[in-house]
Design a protein around this ligand. Structure first.
Ligand SMILES: Nc1ncnc2c1ncn2[C@@H]1O[C@H](COP(=O)(O)OS(=O)(=O)O)[C@@H](OP(=O)(O)O)[C@H]1O
Length: 345
């Protein structure tokens, strides 16, 4: 009888062991195949690709990521209070100041996975639109944090706002400043794509990019999508108020091709443990972008919302070349200022 029971127990244990081995192997394969699938630029810090075309197959939910401000009513904060901890709202010690269409939302959503980083969900626009409301107002827009946690906010318009550098310095001269930059040609097209999605009767890009709409004329530097790409000009203003060591320049291209690598740089810059790693990301071939396995707000795999990663319109290659030529000297100046060659050609 005893022998009969222990045989049954043995078989049960064997089945459990087989299931555990299967699950472990499956998970390891999924994670390692993703990290193998993602292309790496390990030995090449220069970025040259304008259009990222990678093909991996996964199914995914596409959701807008935490666009709304979070509240402190969540179970997590209840738990903190029960433990006698008192999370408080603080002014940000780090800002993602730009650039528009650089990949700022992706960076914010990726870095906020880190347990020591807390972010304002939506763009607050304090240093450009709401400065008159005062720092108290600004602080109330921030999520509650525990001691040692970093509060971060992103409003890409800060980078080009004249008054912003002085105002940020006034708030805190040690503020850490993150700038996500992307090939200004691609950035201009991205900017235009967003504008035309809101105003479908806009003239074609090829018209708006030139003074008088004619390709015999110079590039129209007063047109927003073009003007914003002259990064060196805007950075020069910021450097009057902050040393270069307080900036981290994140490559928008690499944030797509190797998000874990860029996130490592960000965590190092913040002096944080490297918690956000390759295992948080997978590449979604339908979306054409890296997405998250899970984050604070979502336990299931998810990508950024529909307004991130739009299809760009076809642009005449001659016009593209004119734009590349136009930006070249400004890009070189930007590389010298930052000490980084972003490899935009
Ligand atoms: N993971 C991931 N998913 C989706 N999109 C991603 C991602 N990483 C970077 N990007 C790029 O981010 C571009 C939008 O940039 P921003 O978030 O800075 O735009 S905004 O200024 O806040 O409107 C967006 O530009 P478009 O492709 O033109 O839509 C993307 O190219």
């Amino acid at each position: 009888m005893d022998i009969h029971i222990s045989q049954k127990l043995l078989i049960l244990l064997l089945i459990l062991a087989v299931i555990s081995i299967y699950l472990y192997t499956f998970n390891t394969c999924v994670v390692s195949s993703i990290s193998k699938a993602l292309p790496k630029w390990k030995h090449n810090p220069l970025i040259s690709s304008d259009n990222v075309a990678l093909h991996y197959t996964t199914s995914v939910r596409v959701v807008p990521l935490l666009e709304a401000n979070e509240t402190d009513a969540s179970p997590k904060y209840r738990f903190f209070r029960e433990q006698g901890l008192n999370p408080e709202q603080q002014l940000p010690s780090a800002l993602i100041i730009g650039v528009k269409k650089g990949g700022t939302r992706a960076l914010l959503e990726f870095i906020r996975i880190h347990p020591d980083v807390r972010a304002a969900g939506s763009e607050v626009h304090f240093f450009d639109k709401h400065y008159a409301k005062g720092f108290q107002w600004y602080r109330q827009k921030m999520p509650p944090t525990l001691e040692g946690q970093i509060t971060i906010e992103k409003s890409p318009s800060y980078f080009i706002t004249k008054e912003a550098p002085r105002r940020v310095q006034h708030m805190n001269p040690s503020t850490k400043l993150l700038v996500v930059v992307r090939n200004p040609v691609t950035r201009a097209i991205s900017d235009y794509t967003q504008a035309i999605s809101k105003k479908p009767d806009m003239k074609p890009f090829e018209h708006l990019v030139f003074v008088n709409g004619s390709d015999n004329s110079p590039i129209d530097v007063s047109w927003g999508p073009v003007k914003l790409g002259i990064y060196a000009r805007y950075l020069a203003r910021w450097l009057k108020y902050f040393p270069l060591s307080q900036f981290l320049f994140v490559s928008g291209e690499r944030l797509i091709l190797d998000p874990a690598l860029e996130l490592r740089r960000v965590q190092d810059f913040f002096g944080l443990k490297r918690v956000v790693t390759e295992k948080h990301f997978y590449f979604n071939s339908t979306k054409g972008f890296p997405c998250l396995f899970k984050s604070e707000g979502h336990s299931a795999p998810h990508c950024l919302g529909k307004t991130k990663g739009r299809n760009h319109p076809y642009i005449n290659p001659v016009v593209l070349q004119r734009l590349r030529d136009f930006y070249r000297p400004y890009n070189i100046r930007f590389y010298h200022m930052t000490g980084i060659n972003f490899g935009w050609s």
